[in-house]
Design a protein around this ligand. Sequence first.
Ligand SMILES: C[S@@+](CC[C@H](N)C(=O)[O-])C[C@H]1O[C@@H](n2cnc3c(N)ncnc32)[C@H](O)[C@@H]1O
Length: 869
Amino acid sequence: MESYNPSEDAGPTFCIGHHETNRSVSVTPQMVQRVHESNYDMLTVPITTSHFHSRVLGLLSSTLSNLQSPIYDSIGTMATTQNTRSLQIPPLSKSDSNLTPNEATSQIVGVTSTWIDLCSPDPLIADLSRQVLMLEVAYAAFCGIGYLLIPGPKLHHGGIHSEGVVYYARAIQDAISLGPYIQFHVWLGMMDNPELEVDTMGDLAPLAREQYLLPEDGTSPKLDLFGTWDAWDLIRKTCRYHARLFVALSMPKQLPPLSVQSRWHSEPVHLLTIHISSFLKNQKGYPVLSKGHQALIAKLMRLRTVPWILLCDVGPIPGIENPEEFEASQEYPSLSQVAGSKKHHDPTPHLSYVRNLQQRQPPRTAIERFGVGYQDYLQAPLQPLTVNLESITYEVFEKDPIKYEWYERAITKALKDWAEQKKPTSHPDSKVILAVVGAGRGPLVTRALKASAEAGVEIDLWAVEKNQNAFVLLQRHNETIWDGKVTLVQSDMRAWKGPRVRRQAGQPIQASQTNQPAQDNLGQSLGIEDNLLHSAKKGENDAGRPSDFSDPKSDAFSYTHVDIVVSELLGSFADNELSPECLDGVNDLINPVHGISIPASYSAHFTPVSAPKLHSDVMNQTVSNPAAPETPYVVMLHAIDFLSSKDPAANAETANQNAANRSSASTASTSATEFPAPFVQTAWSFSHPNRHIPPQSPSQSTISNSHNVRQTRLSFPAQNRGICHGLAGYFETVLYGDIELSTNPVTMDAKSANMISWFPIYFPLKTPLHVPDNGEIVVTMFRQTDDRKVWYEWMVEVFSLERTATPANRIVTPAMTGARSVSPSMDSLKENDQNGQKQKAFGEIRPSHRRVRVGMSDMHSSIKDGCLM
Ligand SMILES: C[S@@+](CC[C@H](N)C(=O)[O-])C[C@H]1O[C@@H](n2cnc3c(N)ncnc32)[C@H](O)[C@@H]1O
C-alpha cells in the first residue's frame, strides 16, 4: 500500500545564515551552537583579520613611496621588468587570521577580503590582490572550510570599465585548483550600478597609480542591467564552467527588470544575500520584503539546488556580538511581556520574517512532486520502437492526470460526431471500428470503451501492440477488465493487415482495401503467426487460440478498414519517437473516406535558450561519449533563460517592477512578477491520415521515407545579450477538434494544464554562442532519414543588427522557409492554413537594420544516435 508522505508536498526548506561585514570574533563550536539556538543555520567568517589588512597596506605604502613612477620604455610599453616588479606578501602569521581548524569549520562560510582589487589596471595592485586571495584560499583549504564567498570583480576604475574582469577570472581559476574541496561563490550584484561600487577606507583600488588609469570622460555607462552578468559569464567561461564555481547573488532594494531576474534564475545561484537595506518596514515597523523580492525568492527556492540565504548586517546574533542580550533572551518572558505582546522584543526580526516567508511557501504542485530529482537532469530519449518498455515506464505515463482524460474526451467527441453525421462505418454491423495502435498496458483501450459508453456509439475495438511483455498484460486486462470486448493483435502496427470482420450472408469478400493480401495468404504475409491474433470473445476456449479466428482461411471473414485509429506515439519533440513512420504503416488501413486519426496532427516547436547547467553537464559527458554534444536530451527544464521573448516590451518592465517593489500586496499584479514569456516557434507538423504519401517506386527494394523529411529556418529576436547554449523543444498535438495537448510553455496552460507525461527536449550546442543586445538568432533544423533511421540536424547563427539608412519599407532580411513573425502556437498555423497565406519573415518587421553575422555553430547531427525505424 502506498503511504502518504506529507513532507513530499511541503514547500522548500530555507537554510539561513548570518553575515556581518566586520565580524572580528573567532568561531568556536560553542558559538556555532548559539547560532543554531538563534534559529540561524550557519554564519560567515572572514578568513583574515584587520591586522593582516594593515600589514598589507603598510607593505604597499612603503613600496610605493620607494618606487619610481612607471614610465613607457623606448618600445612604447609599460609592461617592463622595472614597472611590473611585484611585491611579495610574507606568509600569514597567528594574528593574521582568527580561524582555527575545529569541528565548527564545516558549518561556516569563509569570506575573502573585500578590500583587494583583482581587476586593478595597476599591475602592482592586481598582483598584490591576487596574492592576498591565494593566501586566504590556501589557509581556508588548510582549515577545512567548504564554502568560500569571494567579493565580485570591481568593474569601474575611473574611465576604464570592466577591463580587469579577466584578471579576476584568472585568479579564480588558480583559486579553484588551490582549494580542491572548496565551493567558490562569486559575490555579485544583480546589475552593474556604478553608484553602488564605492571604495571604503583601506581599499586597494584607490591606490592604483595614475599612470595606469584613464580620466573619467563622462561616457562610462551609468547603469548596465546585464553588466554583472557579463562579468560572471567571463569568469565562469574562463574557469570552463567549473562544477565548484557558483554565484552568490546580492538582492538590491530596487530589483532589476524581470528579464535580468530570469537570467540569474538560470545561473548557479547557491547563495542569496539580502542586506538590511533591502528590507522595507511594514505599518507596525517590522522588516518585510517587497512582493517582487518575495516572488523572486519563491522562484529561486524551487530550483533543483535550493540557494542558502545570507542575511547581511541585520544586527548581531544574540549572545555573540552582544553576550548580555543573549542571556536576557534566554530568560522566561515576564507576565507583562506575555500580556503586552507589542512590547515583546524580537532580537532577530529579519530572520523571523524570512522564516515566516518559508512557512508561507506554497506546497509542491503535482508536476513538481512528479519531477523531483529530474529538474535539469539530462535523459536520453526513449526508443520505444526498438526497445521494449518496462512496466514501470508505462506506470509512470499512466499517472498523468490529463493525457488520458483528454484522449477520452477526443474519442467521445469523434464517436458522437460520427453518429451525428451518419457516416457509414467499415463494419458490416455498423459498429465503428476503432483500433488503439501501440496500446502499451491498455489505458487508452479502457478510455475508448468508456468513450463508447458515454457517446452511446457501439464500437468494434482492436488493440495492437508489438511489446510482447506488455501484451501479456493486455490479454489479462481483456479477461478481467474489458470483458473480452477487445481483439488483441500482437504485432508491429506496420505489419498489421487490419481488422477482420465476419461477413454478412451474401456479402462478397472485400477487395476494396488496397494492398490487402488475399485471404489465404494471411499469416505468412502478415508476418504474424495465427496465434498472435487474440480475442477473449465469448466462445474462446484457449487464450492462445481464439475460436473466432481459429481458421484464418475461412471465407466467413474479410479484412476491412479501421474507422478511428487511436495512438500515443509522441515524443518530447512530437515526431522524435517516430510516430509519423509508425502511423504511415497503418495509413492504408484507415477508412479512405471518413477515417480519423487521434491525434489528427502534431507539431514540433523550439526556442533558443541559455542553459549553463545543461551545457556543463553535456561537456562532462563528452569526456566518455564524444556524441554527447550532438544528442537531443529529454530534460525537465528549470534553470534556463529564454533568449527570445514573445513580448519585447516585457523587458522594459521597470514600471511593473516599481509596482512589484511596493510592499502592499494589493498593488502588485501577478504579471509584474512573471518572467517574460518565450517566443516559441513551430518547426514543422505531421497530419494523419496522410493522404499525400507518394507512391513507392517499384524499382526500390526499401520503402522510401523521404516524405517524412522536414527542414526549417527560423529567426528569433533576442532583446538582451546572453549566451545561447542550445534549443528548448516542445510539441503540440490536436487530438480531435479543439481537444489538444501541449508542452509549449506559451500554450500548455490553455491546452492541457498539469499534464506531466512529457518533459521538453534540449538540443545542445557544442560551443555556446554569444548573442549581442538587440541581436537575432537564426536556427536551421532538419529532420533527416536514410529510410532506416531518423535523426535531427541543427545549426545556430547569431546576427547583430546594425542600424542603416535603408528606406523604411525595404526588406533586408531574406524571407525564411517557415519563418514566422507571430506564430507561437498551432493556432496561428491553423489560421495560416485557413487563409492560405504565407507567413511573414521576422526580418520584414525591422527593415532599417542590416544583419551582421557575429557567430555560427557547427552543423550538429544526431545521426550516431538516430532513431531506428
Ligand atoms: C508511448 S507508449 C504509449 C502506450 C499507451 N498507449 C499509453 O498511452 O500508455 C507507445 C507504445 O507503442 C508501442 N509501439 C511503438 N511503436 C509500435 C509499432 N510500430 N507497432 C506496435 N506498437 C508500437 C510501444 O511498444 C508502446 O507500448
